[in-house]
Design a protein around this ligand. Sequence first.
Ligand SMILES: *[C@@H]1O[C@H](CO)[C@@H](O)[C@H](O)[C@H]1NC(C)=O
Ligand SMILES: *[C@@H]1O[C@H](CO)[C@@H](O)[C@H](O)[C@H]1NC(C)=O
Ligand SMILES: [Zn+2]
Length: 466
Amino acid sequence: MAVKFSLLLPLLLFFSVISAQTNEDPTTRTMEEFSGYPSEPHSCISDSLSLSVDKDSLQKQIDELSTFSDTPAPSVTRILYSDKDVIGRRYIKNIMGLSGLSIREDAVGNIFGRWEGSEAELPPVATGSHVDAIPYSGKYDGVVGVLGALEAINALKRSGFKPKRSLEVIMFTSEEPTRFGISCLGSRLMAGSEPLVRALKETVDGQNISFFDAARSAGYSKDQEDLSSVFMKKGSYSAFVELHIEQGPILEDEGVSIGIVTAIAAPASIKVDFEGNGGHAGAVLMPSRNDAGLAAAELALAVEKHVLDSGSVDTVGTVGILELHPGAINSIPSKSHLEIDTRDIDEKRRNTVIERIHQSAIAIAKNRRVKLSDFKIVNQDPPALSDKAVIKAMEFASQQLNLSHKLMISRAYHDSLFMARISPMGMIFIPCYKGYSHKPEEYSSIEDIANGVKVLAMTMAKLSLD
Ligand SMILES: *[C@@H]1O[C@H](CO)[C@@H](O)[C@H](O)[C@H]1NC(C)=O
Ligand SMILES: *[C@@H]1O[C@H](CO)[C@@H](O)[C@H](O)[C@H]1NC(C)=O
Ligand SMILES: [Zn+2]
């Protein structure tokens, strides 16, 4: 890390206000080597690293993209491979073209726009997010991380910056699970999920349209059903940074401009079924009962206990579904069904909680003489930690730009969770109104967006020179 980070120093010196030195200064020459900037001290160096964001143009693009929607404004609905999604994709590719990026698309429609660096053989620095939108949602979720990233590229180009590693903007396919029930479809595949490749062969949407028919209707996956071409090797990127609205209230409440994400929590889901003999609520006396409902109640409290016992506020657990059968006031529950969501940023700690919940379920069934008829871990995505060097670069950028910032955890998950499997990862959060997301009231001011774009631009610039 130390070696890597030392390369950031030239940039720091170059951008700092006190860099008004002569052309003979050896430090300046070193900086030039790395940055590709001209050496005369600019008058604009003092104001935020001479990065200027074209706010009007960016806001106009966000507004325009939001009109490609299957529901009326202010709501946005843009479902994977729908006509509106295809138009949205065309819109993004057009902007990539105008920014002078070379464009590539993979078999599921992940879109890549690359600005080639002076050492193009090195793994690039990537950024990006998604533009699909769940029904009746807003226009900022994901979009800020795609259009904002393209504006970050434009700002760097205008400033005269020359990347060493190439910079790449990615628009991921289907971050939202709306159509096929699979979240982060594009990034999950890029990270090399074989189970997903197999599952997609059988996957249909609510209209019984297969994934592959849908993909073909949008111009993707033309030849065959082999999606392993989408996989990317670990190390394909030297870093990945995603800009995103917080989707929570913390930054707005605290008046902080930038959230630097240190970890992304990931959920595990568990389904549990208990079975007892049931019986008449009056006739069966208490000692002879084996009540499946009480077993479920006891397990729900055990979930809370195990989560609290972890000792970390980052461990959370929820019993969001608890169903009793037959569900009559005068009948002892003969069956119960629970669904448990538990999340953490520490995989080991979360898996310990799952194991304790399992032990409790077994013990409760034994003590209450009910049958534990099912205990199924439905999914168990590993959480991800941001990379230390990427965190440092984001902090450094925020400091240079004089923006208030704080380290925080992402409790929602993003394409970055999967990109972390193949690349060092980091995320930049910006405030959003009342933490609203996935509804039409979702809003971030263009000032907050522009701050995020600048931090992203400077972070990528630094990582590009690493
Ligand atoms: C869905 O489509 C498949 C293949 O066309 C067909 O065999 C199946 O019966 C359909 N299922 C439903 C529920 O319509
Ligand atoms: C950064 O903020 C400090 C304190 O708010 C202020 O004194 C300083 O001038 C600012 N620097 C820049 C470059 O904006
Ligand atoms: Zn999102």
